[in-house]
Design a protein around this ligand. Structure first.
Ligand code: GAR
Length: 202
């Protein structure tokens, strides 16, 4: 059994995709054990509570230093014996302690085809605004491993999505979520868990 923590900061539609995959038995031996939010009123928390998944709020704004926030996150993840950390719309940067303790065990979903429109300052709607401004005809989403370079870890899965001539950042965000993020995030979790369950042989 692979114990999974999902870290969120907002609406939690990617968390919902994982909750739905779980119902279909599509997490490859992974168990959604904990949801941590960096924002107290994130709607994602309600989604988790509805499914009776343990939730913790560790508010980024309550910690002056990133190192203290990092400590609190690391302690919560260790306490719950977490094997895999999934960043699903988690908008705070992780610190050294969590990165070291969970090396190659943290994955993130990003709403573009990395290496385009990623790195510092590229999150949420801003990513889609930048894609439209650049005039790209194809965008998409990426699931990647997390290291100390923002959006710089090894790419696990990507899926392309067409940009339509009349797209707004909002319409593009919705299509990228529906066609790409909600598909590749559960798939990447399943792949990770299956590989762990078979001792890396899959
Ligand atoms: C998603 O589009 C996710 O890819 C993005 O924030 C949104 C969260 O939505 N994450 C980033 O931009 C990280 N760089 P959700 O809370 O509904 O899952």
């Amino acid at each position: 059994m692979i114990r999974i923590a999902v870290l969120v900061s907002g609406g939690g539609t990617n968390l919902q995709a994982l909750l739905d995959a779980r119902k279909e038995g599509a997490l490859g031996g992974g168990v959604l054990s904990l949801v941590i939010s960096s924002v107290a009123d994130a709607f994602a928390l309600q989604r988790a509570k509805k499914e009776e998944i343990k939730t913790i709020t560790i508010e980024r704004k309550k910690y002056r230093e990133i190192s203290e926030f990092d400590e609190a996150l690391a302690a919560a993840l260790t306490e719950e014996k977490i094997d895999l950390v999934v960043l699903a719309g988690f908008l705070s940067v992780l610190g050294a302690k969590v990165l070291e303790a969970f090396k190659d065990r943290i994955i993130n979903v990003h709403p573009s085809l990395i290496p385009s429109f990623c790195g510092k300052g590229f999150y949420g709607l801003r990513v889609h605004e930048a894609a439209l401004k650049a005039g790209v005809k194809i965008t998409g989403a990426t699931v990647h491993l997390v290291n100390d370079i923002i959006d710089g870890g090894k790419i696990i899965l990507q899926k392309a999505v067409d940009v339509m001539p009349d797209d707004t950042p909002q319409s593009l965000q919705k299509r990228v979520m529906q066609e790409a993020e909600w598909v590749i995030l559960p798939k990447a979790v399943e792949l990770f868990c299956e590989r762990e369950m078979t001792g890396g042989k899959k």
